[in-house]
Unconditional design. Structure first.
Length: 245
């Protein structure tokens, strides 16, 4: 048995030990992912095939659910199913309410709302660039241009400075793969080609935002990071509360 076959057997065994084989079929490990940490599974209810990280084995992910039919490993209906609650939340969002307002009212996370919006390709009609946000963009541009604000301190350096947890696997590329390109602070889409500031990024460029700032002991870990526009990230600063347009 070679190394990959042994890896497949290990994941298959863990899959069964976690009781996931009751509703899902383990197909194989995705060796194209980071060190093969993803696995490809099939939903027994609807037959859809999808990939999922091995975090479900480590207790960091509460359950596995099918993105198509919503069936979940804990027996509940997945939050991403097209339930009446989700549809009601989307109607509320489409009426012009922000991601944060929708999430707070219906009990979802902001990431869930952003994913619902992305799946349905809908908009709340808001333009985050309007009103005071445009002034923040200009102020941020001036600060970066003057050199008073620099992006030359790594997350590892900041974690050591503030004494918070640091996970070296957290990166912007992987975060975008997990959450997409939608800003968690304002709900707008990020633009990787926005680079008009002198440090190689622009106001719409995607950045890593720490939900609890590292200066307030919020670690550089997966549970504490989200995608945000560079301008929104700057506008939020070291505050814990979210910023909405």
């Amino acid at each position: 048995m070679d190394r990959r076959e042994a890896g497949e057997e290990l994941y298959r065994k863990k899959f069964a030990e976690c009781g996931l084989d009751a509703l899902f079929d383990f197909i194989k490990r995705d060796w194209n992912s980071d060190h093969g940490r993803k696995m490809i599974v099939r939903c027994k209810s609807c037959g859809s095939v999808f990939s999922i990280w091995n975090e479900v084995f480590k207790g960091r992910q509460s359950r596995m659910y099918c993105k198509e039919c919503g069936v979940a490993s804990d027996g509940a209906v997945g939050i991403k199913a097209r339930s009446s609650k989700v549809e009601e939340a989307m109607r509320f969002y489409s009426a012009g309410h922000s991601v944060r307002e929708t999430a707070d009212l219906f009990g979802f996370s902001k990431s869930d709302i952003n994913n619902f919006v992305k799946q349905r390709k809908i908009s709340n009609g808001r333009d985050w660039r309007s009103s005071g946000t445009a002034a923040w963009r200009e102020k941020a541009r001036q600060l970066f241009a003057s050199g008073r604000v620099k992006q030359n301190r790594s997350h590892r350096w900041r974690a050591n400075k503030y004494g918070c947890e640091y996970d070296p696997t957290v990166s912007l590329k992987k975060l975008i793969q997990r959450d997409g390109m939608r800003c968690a602070l304002c709900g707008g889409m990020c633009d990787a080609h926005s680079r008009e500031w002198n440090n190689g990024i622009g106001p719409l460029y995607p950045t890593i935002d720490h939900i609890i700032p590292m200066s307030k002991k919020g670690g550089h870990v997966w549970s504490n990071v989200q995608v945000a526009h560079a301008a929104c990230n700057y506008r939020k600063g070291a505050r814990i509360e979210e910023v909405n347009a």
